[in-house]
Design a protein around this ligand. Structure first.
Ligand SMILES: [Zn+2]
Ligand SMILES: [Zn+2]
Length: 152
């Protein structure tokens, strides 16, 4: 068995899988996209996901990094969630299984009471998914899941 061929085949499969994950979903906003990628791959100290989003959906948003920097996320993707954005009071969570296809999952030891916590009319669930409320193509604004963090 030729190990080089094996390895290159494995790499092709892995590349195809991560390309699928890395592609912003139709209408998905910048913040949900970066949040989902950080959940999959973590932060590497750069703006790689914000830039991937921009290149694929909003190439004309040349001032994006400048704007993120002015909100406190000057240096890397995870800073967006430390300094710039926080989950709004009306995020779209679901405990339904289809959430896995379009959302970012959270697992909890105890069932999360969606009615009490978010006013969402669903039974408590141990795994809930944050689903993007969608923005128009070309926008780098967050959807209704996110609110600007006040720094003071
Ligand atoms: Zn980071
Ligand atoms: Zn969103």
């Amino acid at each position: 068995m030729d190990e080089d061929i094996m390895e290159s085949e494995v790499r092709t499969v892995v590349d195809a899988a991560s390309a699928r994950i890395l592609t912003p979903r139709a209408g998905e906003c910048l913040v949900c996209y970066v949040f989902r990628q950080l959940g999959e791959f973590g932060c590497d100290g750069t703006h790689r996901f914000a830039l991937t989003f921009r290149d694929r959906t909003a190439p004309r948003a040349t001032a994006l990094l400048e704007r993120l920097g002015s909100m406190g996320a000057c240096c890397c993707d995870c800073e967006m969630f430390r300094n710039a954005y926080w989950v709004s009071s009306h995020p779209w969570f679901t405990g339904a299984e289809w959430g896995e296809v379009i959302g970012t999952g959270f697992r909890s030891e105890e069932p999360i009471d969606l009615r009490n916590a978010f006013g969402i009319d669903e039974p408590p669930a141990k795994t809930i998914y944050l689903c993007c409320q969608l923005v128009r193509r070309g926008s780098t604004q967050p959807c209704g899941n996110w609110t600007r963090k006040s720094r003071w």
